[in-house]
Design a protein around this ligand. Structure first.
Ligand SMILES: C[S@@+](CC[C@H](N)C(=O)[O-])C[C@H]1O[C@@H](n2cnc3c(N)ncnc32)[C@H](O)[C@@H]1O
Length: 223
């Protein structure tokens, strides 16, 4: 294994998308309400709050929101609110009439539709989603994953103009199957539960020694 490959996989997995952060840095958020859907522990919400009028983070996982509130308190932010809600069914207009809907690794056609209904003309939908190539070595594509053409078509049909679209992709390479297993140990329980681990073992048994991480990052504007 290349030196530090395990650590790299962990840090990449934990890193907010650089393209998403850069594109949102180019948007004037002063005076804006940002809705961070699937906020989890509030990483994106807290990163954006210093530049926004206010940020609402929503998630179905009340436990993650406890940590999100702690994170906002630690950062001394008074303009972030976290609420338990389902991003696929909520009416975003009743959630502070957002100017920007942002999402990091929580995206679906239903969320695109909700964002379309909740944003006014010129409003921004900016997200990083799992790309269909994410962990392709495990043989299973997440039902939340997108590839470029499908994302473009879903967004167009929902009334968005795509202004930025990029795929962030890295492939780790391992010297041996054991090194590959060791690097992915942190995912093992989850992958065993969703059937990915068996596919990963098959890939390793056939001599595969790579693991692909891939995200589709988009900034689109409501027309
Ligand atoms: C991979 S995590 C990403 C969390 C966070 N955005 C980040 O990057 O740190 C996906 C999050 O989406 C949330 N989620 C999944 N489906 C959801 C839904 N329908 N409505 C709200 N949150 C949802 C999960 O609870 C989880 O916290």
């Amino acid at each position: 294994m290349r030196q530090g490959e395990t650590a790299r996989i962990e840090s990449e997995h934990d890193r907010l998308s650089p393209a998403l952060l850069a594109w949102l840095a180019g948007e004037s958020l002063a005076g804006s309400t940002v809705l961070d859907v699937g906020t989890g522990t509030g990483r994106l919400a807290v990163a954006l709050a210093p530049r926004a009028r206010r940020v609402l983070g929503l998630d179905t996982d009340a436990g993650a929101l406890v940590e999100a509130r702690r994170r906002a308190r630690r950062a001394g932010l008074g303009n972030v609110l976290f609420i338990v809600a389902d991003a696929e069914t909520a009416d975003y207009r009743t959630l502070g009439r957002p100017d920007v809907v942002a999402a990091h690794l929580c995206m679906s056609d239903a969320i695109v539709a909700r964002a379309s209904a909740g944003l006014s003309r010129g409003g921004v939908l900016a997200f990083a989603a799992f790309h269909a190539d994410q962990w392709r070595e495990t043989g299973r594509v997440s039902r939340f994953a997108y590839e470029e053409e499908r994302a473009r078509s879903v967004l167009r049909e929902a009334g968005f103009r795509v202004e930025q679209l990029e795929v962030e992709r890295r492939a780790a390479e391992f010297g041996t199957a054991d090194e590959a297993r060791q690097a992915t140990e942190r995912f093992r329980a989850k992958w065993e539960a969703d059937g990915r681990w068996a596919g990963w073992e098959r890939f390793l048994a056939e001599g595969g020694r790579t693991l692909t991480e891939s995200r589709l990052v988009v900034l689109a504007r409501r027309t």
